[in-house]
Design a protein around this ligand. Structure first.
Ligand code: ATP
Ligand code: MG
Ligand code: MG
Length: 140
């Protein structure tokens, strides 16, 4: 199995910077890059009891598109880099702890979409770094 650098994305500017760092690191290591996004919206499936126009389905599709756009940007910056994406239908912290276990390292942004002015480190980054038993890089 090819070494993997996993990067956690939430659509924020900080996570975008984390992808940039992680893509470079993957190239240096000769590793693959795996972009993961945790979203409970992923549980919503069109054609089930949820209406396809439901805002939850739109949120799910927007998250998928965000992930695809980030992956395309990494591929464009590094032709030949193997980039995969995955949306994890779990709570964010356990999802990232599980994703990181299979990787050489997990890369995260220092803050995310919920960033409040003055907040030094987002709660997801804090909690993942506190519990991880694998290397975590937090990109400022
Ligand atoms: P908070 O969520 O505590 O209000 P925040 O949104 O500014 O603050 P975090 O959520 O901790 O900060 O975001 C820090 C990093 O965690 C992001 O840059 C991203 O790498 C990762 N992250 C946050 N949410 C998700 C998610 N749903 N899926 C994947 N990665 C995430
Ligand atoms: Mg957040
Ligand atoms: Mg949060």
């Amino acid at each position: 199995v090819m070494t993997q650098v996993v990067v956690a994305v939430d659509g924020s500017r900080a996570a975008e910077q984390a992808v940039t760092w992680a893509a470079n690191e993957a190239v240096l290591r000769g590793a693959a890059l795996r972009l993961v996004h945790a979203s409970l919206w992923e549980r919503y499936e069109a054609g089930t009891e949820h209406d396809a126009n439901d805002s939850s389905v739109r949120a799910r599709d927007a998250a998928r598109q965000m992930l695809t756009d980030q992956a395309d940007a990494a591929r464009a910056a590094h032709p030949g880099l193997h980039v995969t994406t995955e949306t994890l239908a779990q709570e964010t912290v356990p999802a990232l702890l599980e994703a990181g276990r299979e990787a050489a390292l997990l890369v995260m942004g220092i803050r995310g979409l919920g960033a409040m002015k003055g907040l030094m480190l987002g709660s997801i980054s804090q909690r993942v770094a506190a519990h991880a038993l694998f290397p975590v890089v937090i990109v400022p």
